[in-house]
Design a protein around this ligand. Sequence first.
Ligand SMILES: [Mn+2]
Length: 327
Amino acid sequence: LLGKGLSDFILSLKPSKCIILCHHNADPDAIGSAYALSYLFNVLFPSMDVHIVAPEGISLLSSKLLSRLPSIDIYSDFDWADLAVMVDTCSFVQLGSISDKMADLDIPLIVIDHHLPSEEVKCKASLLIVNDNASSTAEIVFSIFEELKVDVNRDVAFALLVGLLYDSRRFIFASSNSFRMAAYLLDCGVDYGDVLNVLSTQMDVSERIARLKAAQRLKILRIKDWIIALSHVSSFEASAARALIDLGADLALVVGGEKELVRLSARSTKRFYEETGLHLGRDLMEPLGKLIHGGGGGHATAAGANGVGDVDYVLKICVKMLREKLS
Ligand SMILES: [Mn+2]
């Protein structure tokens, strides 16, 4: 039993100061989970001091989440503690500036995560609460509340639901347990619209203009049954390529950069990769990078290259290679 193990372990230690550690650029799952845990610890161990430590800062969405919660200090370092709890963080490297300090520190360490811990963390941890089937760390933390029969208040419910939605990518990676948890948290009085609001981001104006320009300058090419979209922008070529995929292209090639130095960003749908076997990094961007006296590479459906040449030249070579590969 996760929760019982956790509370028994802490009770046996009688710590006076606990730090809850979050990974670099802590995301809403890490921060939501840390917030909920600090609440839980305050209820269960009122004499224990609890500090949330995010050594490499928190993400923009996390600060939006925090602005909706009762004010709580987030520290960037700590001088002393006699218990450490690492949330949503599976290696010490993710702790950035305090990673060495943590690796050398000799205090009990509890790890709560939905990623499998690194060997180093596994060796160091006194207690591992890890479930890689959980959608999020928030889901694990919620199960601890449930098991220990500690009521979540509306703020904790809000923080956990934001964490769950963020990491499950709004229920794309979710189990029946995730839905049960969400239903329970909504019944605590959380407004679902508010949760979605925290997670919605307005894209930067220059990025939106780049995407629109990519659409305006679009050339459409059919190779067999595939729709290929070609375009160029001065910056945000990767975002523009993603946007063209959203518009309906099977493959998008967008050149970015000024004058002779160019960057090419390629994106394809999963279906394009599955049916053609064309790996954008290996089959297209790597050889292209060499041809344009630069470099290239990447993943199967997302890759890039940079080098020398103008927009038309680079796209022409790329399309020629594409025709050869697809025929
Ligand atoms: Mn997570």
